[in-house]
Design a protein around this ligand. Structure first.
Ligand code: ADP
Ligand code: MG
Length: 702
């Protein structure tokens, strides 16, 4: 079941391509963001899609080359006019003509005589670039291409344009792309012939060729048959992976668990609060899953602070009651140890063994824990994916809880080795995911949702105000701080530059200092971690009343006494961000307020966003609205949401293909669950091409 031999050339190191040394390989690895920091491979170049196409096919004479047009001209070189000595700001000018007119070629700071060499007087050259004017004369400044007459074929008349990074020129990348396209092997076809015919799709290799080496500009566009096919391929690979995960999760028989309440009641008694209705309901759903003979595969969704940890703990306690162990896997060691701090005392109070296993712990300690896992004296194990590495053996693992926080997708679930996959599974996510996306990203997992916040939390009054009301805002703020409240003042998001954002925060800080004196402090992303922490500590200790901040406060800040959140230029923030920011207040028992200051004019969508935030605190409703307002592409693609990005598919354009891919993957897995025979082989090839190797071992034999 290993990777088919014919794919080997695409999985070779970039070094196998002419012109790639260590430096370029490292640069490309970083640029392509190869999974898990592995070295980028040839395939990564193919998957780096053009962002547009330049059309150089306009081969007219000089007379018909118009301003701002990209043209390709055959020029006779007449004369060079280098800049006078020492005058670097004067360009090197080359005069040329054809039968229809005259034109000059302009080069700034051209040193070392390369221009003379590239354009010898008396010879002919093909030159391609954009036409501009200077003193009423036609010229091309810094032509894109200069080639000798007999090398015309080397000039790409239709040229894809790629996203680049510093140190990577478009010409260097084009060379790599050309070589990579050439080595794409013949592959079995995973799309049925009828579909191919109907949609006029080329095969994979041909599609890559058309996208990367287009013969006409249409071939390189997002809606071209070639690009659509590749987008569909990417979706299909993702959907087959989901189907595989689902079938392994759901198809296998689980154990029917029984509970007598002896341990869960002790945990409940140790809690300093009683469970909310929502928590109780989620627990009931989980217990029903565990009691049924089918394996559990359930998603528990709830905003940060909604109380998922307790639900996980109670589920694990129930598992212990039925005589089996549980493991909770967190995405980072920090989160794992946070969970441990919360869970360990409660578990102990109920007489349960609980341990944290991390990669860094001393060998002796680790051995002790491994022994406890193997003999069953540890009932609840916490850690990162290290929990499922070889060398860790459980006595009787019954439940795996995966805390995905803001990361998504099947990757964590795939990382569970066989030990984890044979157990009941509970996945927790902290970012509300719209229902439609749950369907495509979590297959058919059952879903429990924690909607209400734990008791004692007050609703937040949200108001939307124009910045023109600044004076009134300040007066209210003076009054509220006088009453003992604390407030955040979040400065505008500046997309273009973090630097400008800091400057604007500093300006606002200086402005507010005039009013509030040393009651106000500033925190921003450019400060050292220590300086930030110091400011935050003083705010938490109530030595500072007003904290002016950039978006650094979005995550991980917990100051219950802070009850006012002012967001300046709120119209620039996305819904998810506004929701996160507002979540910084309303954490104590006091009533909180959130003030969204906007600057006119307000666009229609900005207005809709602010209205949404004002009208609801429900993260799920906000996420659904976000989807409506921005389209799936953004919700899926942004780093904030943590959803896996697509490399080829652009959801805003190709979304309809996701539905097809979903249905087709389902049909394939029903027809051929073992992925055997020719169409099974082809599907496996597809999975390798889109780096879903982790899914391959999930394919059931036979
Ligand atoms: P999540 O993991 O969903 O982000 P947590 O489980 O960490 O949220 O809970 C957030 C906070 O709420 C914790 O301090 C927790 O002790 C508290 N909490 C959880 N459930 C309740 C409840 N039913 N009543 C009061 N406080 C609760
Ligand atoms: Mg949590």
């Amino acid at each position: 079941m290993s990777r088919p031999d014919e794919l080997q050339p695409l999985f070779r190191s970039l070094h196998s391509i002419k012109g790639v040394g260590d430096k370029l390989a490292a640069l490309l690895t970083k640029f392509f963001g190869a999974p898990g920091g592995q070295e980028a491979i040839v395939l990564d170049i193919l998957m780096h899609m053009p962002s547009g196409v330049v059309d150089r096919r306009r081969q007219v004479g000089i007379a018909e080359a118009y301003l701002n047009q990209i043209v390709t001209l055959k020029l006779h070189i007449d004369r060079h006019q280098p800049p006078p000595r020492g005058k670097l700001h004067v360009p090197h000018r080359v005069f040329a003509h054809d039968e229809t007119g005259e034109l000059s070629l302009v080069f700034f700071r051209a040193q070392g005589g390369w221009v003379e060499k590239a354009l010898p007087v008396g010879e002919e050259r093909y030159v391609s670039g954009k036409v501009d004017f200077f003193n009423g004369q036609k010229q091309i400044t810094h032509p894109d291409y200069i080639v000798e007459a007999e090398k015309f074929a080397e000039l790409p008349l239709v040229e894809p344009v790629y996203p680049l990074t510093s140190g990577l020129s478009s010409k260097a990348l084009a060379k790599l792309v050309r070589q990579s396209v050439e080595i794409i092997p013949e592959l079995p076809e995973w799309i049925d012939a009828e579909t191919m015919r109907q949609r006029k799709w080329p095969n994979f290799a041909q599609a890559m060729r058309e996208v990367h080496l287009p013969e006409n500009p249409d071939q390189g566009q997002l809606w071209s048959p070639a690009r659509q096919r590749l987008a569909y391929d990417e979706y299909l690979a993702g959907q087959i992976t989901l189907q595989l995960v689902r079938s392994t999760m759901v198809a296998q028989k689980g154990k029917s668990r029984t509970f007598n309440g002896s341990i869960t009641s002790r945990v409940a008694a140790a809690l300093p609060f009683s469970l909310t209705d929502g928590q109780n309901q989620a627990l009931e759903e989980i217990r029903a899953d565990l009691a049924s003979p089918d394996r559990m595969s359930r998603l528990l969704q709830g905003d940060v602070g909604s109380g998922k940890t307790v639900v996980a703990l109670m589920s694990m306690a129930a598992m212990a009651e039925s005589g089996a162990q549980s493991a909770l896997m967190a995405p980072t060691e920090l989160l794992a140890s946070q969970h441990f701090k919360t869970i360990q005392p409660l578990a102990e109070a109920a007489g349960l063994g609980c341990a944290l296993l991390t990669g860094k712990m001393p060998a002796a300690e680790k051995r002790k824990i491994l022994a406890g896992l193997a003999d069953g004296s540890i009932h609840i194990a916490l850690g990162t994916h290290a929990l499922f590495q070889s060398g860790v053996a459980f006595h009787n693992l019954g439940l795996t809880v995966v805390d995905e926080q803001h990361r998504f997708g099947v990757h964590q679930r795939l990382a569970l080795s066989d030990k984890g996959r044979d157990t009941d599974l509970l996945v927790m996510t902290a970012t509300p995911i719209p229902r439609t996306l749950v369907l495509t990203h979590f297959g058919d997992m059952a879903v429990s949702v924690l909607k209400e916040k734990p008791r004692g939390r007050q609703p937040i009054d949200t108001a939307v105000l124009s910045i023109n009301d600044y004076g009134r805002v300040i007066n209210r703020l003076i009054a509220r701080l006088g009453e003992g409240a604390q407030a955040y003042w979040v400065c505008p998001l500046v997309e273009e530059s973090e630097f400008i954002q800091v400057v604007s925060a500093e300006d606002r800080f200086a402005e507010l200092q005039k009013v509030f004196g040393d009651q106000v402090a500033l925190v921003h992303g450019r400060m050292s971690a220590a300086a930030k922490q110091e400011v935050m500590a003083r705010f938490k200790a109530n030595e500072i009343k007003l904290l002016v901040a950039t978006t650094v406060i979005e995550v991980g800040v917990d100051v219950p006494n802070a009850t006012i959140m002012i967001i300046e230029h709120a119209e620039r923030f996305g819904l998810a961000q506004l929701h996160q920011l507002r979540g910084r207040v309303g954490r104590g028992s006091q009533r909180s307020a959130c003030l969204l200051l906007f600057k006119e004019p307000l666009s229609e969508t900005a207005q809709a966003r602010l209205e949404t935030i004002k009208s609801t605190e429900d993260g799920f409703e906000i996420a659904e609205r976000d989807l409506d307002l921005r389209g799936q592409g953004d919700v899926l693609g942004t780093r904030q949401s943590g959803m896996p990005g697509y490399r080829v598919a652009v959801p805003d354009v190709h979304r309809h293909l996701l539905e097809f891919a979903h249905d087709d993957a389902k049909a394939l897995m029903q027809r051929n669950p073992g992925l055997t025979g020719p169409d099974g082989e082809a599907a496996r090839t597809l999975l390798y091409l889109f780096r879903k190797d982790l899914a391959i071992p999930l394919i059931r034999a036979g």
